[in-house]
Design a protein around this ligand. Sequence first.
Ligand code: PLP
Length: 434
Amino acid sequence: MPEPLTPQDLLALDRQHVWHPYGPMPGKTAPLLVESASGVRLRLAQPVEEQAELVDGMSSWWSAVHGYNHPVLNDAARGQLERMSHVMFGGLTHEPAVRLAKRLVDITPEPLQHVFLADSGSVSVEVAVKMCLQYWRSVGQPRKQRLLTWRGGYHGDTWQPMSVCDPDGGMHELWQGVLPRQIFADAPPAGFDAAPDAAYAAHLRELIARHADELAAVIVEPVVQGAGGMSFHSPAYLRVLREACDAHDVLLIFDEIATGFGRTGALFAAEHAAVAPDVMCVGKALTGGYLTLGATLCTTAIADGISRGELPVLAHGPTFMGNPLAAAVADASIDLLLSQDWVQEVKRIEAGLREGMAPAASIPGVREVRVLGAIGVIQLDHAVDMAAATRAAVREGVWLRPFRDLIYTMPPYITGDDDLARICAAVCAAAREG
Ligand SMILES: *Cc1c(COP(=O)(O)O)cnc(C)c1O
């Protein structure tokens, strides 16, 4: 048996040795030590602000849509664990990967027929970019190498994804000049229901037309820009992108890593616009938050183009590609989602967030309160005091992770009405004190 470690021991070792997301070394603020999680609750190893448990308002960054320790997902993991947790994917295949790929093809827009199982969201974006660049090389247009996106986006932390993250507001400002230079359109005008702005649509068309001969693809998050600023835009701009890409021989990539699996009220955000991309990335909620897994889907035209090229293979193959454990849980998670009235559950959460967060609009320093699907956002007119806002939420018994000028929540779909009210109260408290 390993030596027992007290919570104090663990936190001291954590501070000394363990990197956390976007953190310094050693860490400045102590993380909360989680002992276990069940349903929508995180159980702390020691009480904080007199709370032994916190209602999770974050779904572990969009992923735990069914909550924690779910019996159906536990069974899927256990069952697969007893058969095999992993085998290599080169030269071998297995039922969990095949089933998952078929299911993803069935539930995503019709032209997407082929699936690359990647090990995380960022890797799925790397693969999407590689697919597009390799496609153009294969069909004799090797100059088409650059990407176009709009400002305010987030596509992950590895190199190609970083190059299409927001160049100013994001965390990647530091790397200007080192990253591949991509083409940035203005951020889409805000508002899911806002009437589309003709001048902005013309701006998108003009940029795509002007750079067509060097553009491999346009990559965007459809409808909701997540970690780049939690903003919503009209689905009409996705139709503009689709038409301009078709007119100028440019591929269209939708990054649905945050928006996929019902979060915006549609199974995939592309459905709000009735637009199919050429390439689509999913991740985050793909495994219901159990294990890391991403997927890149593409059309038959792209797959054919690559497979007829000078290097007639898609040159990518991570060690843990198609991990059976993750694939089995992902398939069970999608099954679980589709077997219930998830549309109604997301609508219920949307209504609860609208009602519960409305009072925040009159808090001094709040610029805007916005809700779409199971996403609630408060934008301040100043940078949030992260520590004060987090503490205020914890005092209300809720886990939130504010950033920049934003306090936001995307609760698990299983969140009951009482817990939802509690999350809203905590979001308002965080806005007041942050
Ligand atoms: C989180 C996220 C990614 C990166 O996924 P990881 O699994 O963290 O690598 C990419 N795109 C979007 C839209 C995301 O929200």
